[in-house]
Design a protein around this ligand. Structure first.
Ligand SMILES: *[C@@H]1O[C@H](CO)[C@@H](O)[C@H](O)[C@H]1NC(C)=O
Ligand SMILES: *[C@@H]1O[C@H](CO)[C@@H](O)[C@H](O)[C@H]1NC(C)=O
Ligand SMILES: *[C@@H]1O[C@H](CO)[C@@H](O)[C@H](O)[C@H]1NC(C)=O
Ligand SMILES: *[C@@H]1O[C@H](CO)[C@@H](O)[C@H](O)[C@H]1NC(C)=O
Length: 179
């Protein structure tokens, strides 16, 4: 396991996210963010690891009951390259659990997005929902937040940007309000 990606010493994106502020009803402000999560279960820089399940840590993530712990990169663009230093905006830290005994394609997602870019450094969004991998579009809830995103509530529309074996890049179109 390459510890480089898991705990990046240079996770310092300097530019801000592309964020659209939409004026919503009664003084509420709505934010929209578009970013990507790279979830690699295999390869030299994997960031997702099965830790428990019917066969312990050797459980198949595609099988019911397997718990995967993640520390995935959240980026502005779907491709991660070392030269693209302002791409990284944060990490997704948490778990997903395979919850479908028939298809093995449902995952209960529960994670924190910890922002590391300058403007929102240290603020978080709390994400929860069921990922039905293979469906064209899925939706998770933004159930809370901290720092600049206190009282956050909203939703993430998730689509698969690309996938290869057990590795995938998910596109998150995130819409939420903080007041
Ligand atoms: C994730 O996996 C894909 C497909 O196997 C690979 O092309 C990509 O380079 C990997 N990303 C990282 C950050 O390791
Ligand atoms: C556990 O291992 C058995 C035997 O290899 C296999 O048939 C089964 O699918 C595995 N289950 C999980 C959850 O990985
Ligand atoms: C984010 O905050 C951490 C901890 O306070 C700090 O080490 C890091 O330099 C900050 N990053 C940016 C991009 O401001
Ligand atoms: C993101 O989602 C919002 C709200 O659901 C939608 O209005 C917008 O068109 C979407 N943007 C992209 C780039 O998909």
């Amino acid at each position: 396991m390459g510890s480089g990606l898991l705990f990046p010493a240079m996770a310092m994106a300097t530019a801000t996210l592309v964020i659209v502020f939409v004026q919503a009803a009664a003084g509420q402000s709505e934010m929209n963010m578009l970013f990507y999560m790279t979830d690699n279960l295999t390869g030299s820089s994997e960031t997702a690891f099965p830790i428990a399940g019917f066969n312990g840590s050797s459980s198949d993530p595609g099988k019911f009951g397997t718990v995967v712990i993640i520390n995935d990169a959240i980026t502005k663009r779907p491709e991660i390259t070392n030269s693209d230093t302002d791409n990284l905006v944060g990490r997704a830290q948490g778990t997903y659990i395979n919850t479908n005994p028939v298809t093995g394609l449902d995952f209960f997602m529960l994670f924190t997005i910890i922002f590391q870019n300058m403007e929102y450094n240290g603020s978080t969004l709390q994400i929860q929902g069921t990922e039905t991998f293979g469906r064209p579009q899925r939706e998770y809830a933004v159930v809370g937040g901290t720092g600049k995103f206190r009282f956050a509530r909203g939703y993430v529309v998730c689509t698969t940007e690309s996938s290869s074996g057990e590795n995938a890049v998910l596109r998150f179109n995130t819409t939420f309000r903080t007041n």
